[in-house]
Design a protein. Structure first.
Length: 267
């Protein structure tokens, strides 16, 4: 019941988030950037100060604030618990695109933690196949089976999906629409699946412009090891860490494809 109550609050937050747009007649004067903070305790206090309502319901206007959506694919896995600890300690929310087969493989407890901590869940299919290369029937099964195991585990009805490898087309988009899912791609690819170096991954993620959707994977220990530096760098720039739905200020529309709000067409 507690998990369902948390989910209801999260769902209402996603549906009621407002979107505003402010303009200035003169360009803003850039404030001096504080130095990057290396001490994790200092970082945790800084993030708690800008996100004091974590993990409660909140409204974030990412048209007026610098926001970034960190997303993690292919889990949950053996390193997901450490990642969730890092995010909880720093009051950071993220979006997790989960594989049904990983949830079924004795990692269901991580999903309940994600919901309790205010993270957003997305469908990443059951077994990570290229959706453009399969029949409509199997495509629907990959999405529906994952939806079923996540609902049984958490009570969450997912509204987002990410096609494996980013492989999509009009047919995949239509099947996603029929399942009530928006397609979420990304604007910053850390390439952490290829470059298993925390420093390289952190530099790529830390360079994300406002409005970015950052792609990472919680199945690699090097990716999880990069996260403190990513948070440190982006926090020093005044970023707010949000879920994908918070980034858009609403629940993304089923069947549509999103890559980040720095794309004006997605506002």
């Amino acid at each position: 019941m507690a998990a369902r109550t948390a989910v209801a609050a999260l769902t209402m937050a996603a549906l009621t988030l407002g979107a505003g747009c402010g303009t200035r007649s003169t360009p803003p004067v850039a404030a001096p950037r504080p130095p990057v903070v290396a001490d994790p305790g200092v970082l945790a206090r800084r993030l708690a100060a800008v996100q004091p309502d974590w993990p409660a319901r909140r409204v974030v206007d990412c048209r007026r604030r610098k926001c970034v959506a960190l997303t993690f694919d292919d889990g949950p896995g053996p390193y997901t618990g450490k990642l969730l600890d890092l995010l909880r300690d720093r009051h950071v929310r993220a979006t997790f695109f989960v594989l049904g087969e990983m949830v079924a493989a004795d990692h269901a407890g991580f999903l309940r933690r994600m919901v309790e901590d205010g993270h957003e869940l997305g469908n990443h299919t059951w077994s990570h196949p290229p959706l453009t290369a399969m029949s409509d029937e199997r495509l629907r099964s990959e999405l529906a089976d994952t939806e079923a195991v996540v609902q049984r585990t958490t009570g969450v009805r997912m509204r987002l999906m990410r096609p494996p490898y980013g492989a999509t087309d009009a047919r995949v988009a239509e099947q996603a629409r029929l399942e009530g899912l928006a397609q979420i791609l990304w604007s910053v690819d850390t390439l952490d699946w290829r470059d298993r170096d925390p420093g390289i991954v952190a530099r790529r993620a830390g360079a994300a412009p406002p409005g970015s959707i950052v792609l990472m994977h919680d199945i690699h220990p090097t990716s999880v090891a990069a996260v403190p530096r990513v948070l440190d760098t982006l926090a020093s720039k005044g970023y707010r860490f949000v879920t994908v739905s918070e980034l858009y200020g609403r629940a993304p529309l089923p069947g549509r494809t999103y890559t980040g709000v720095e794309n004006p067409k997605e506002r």
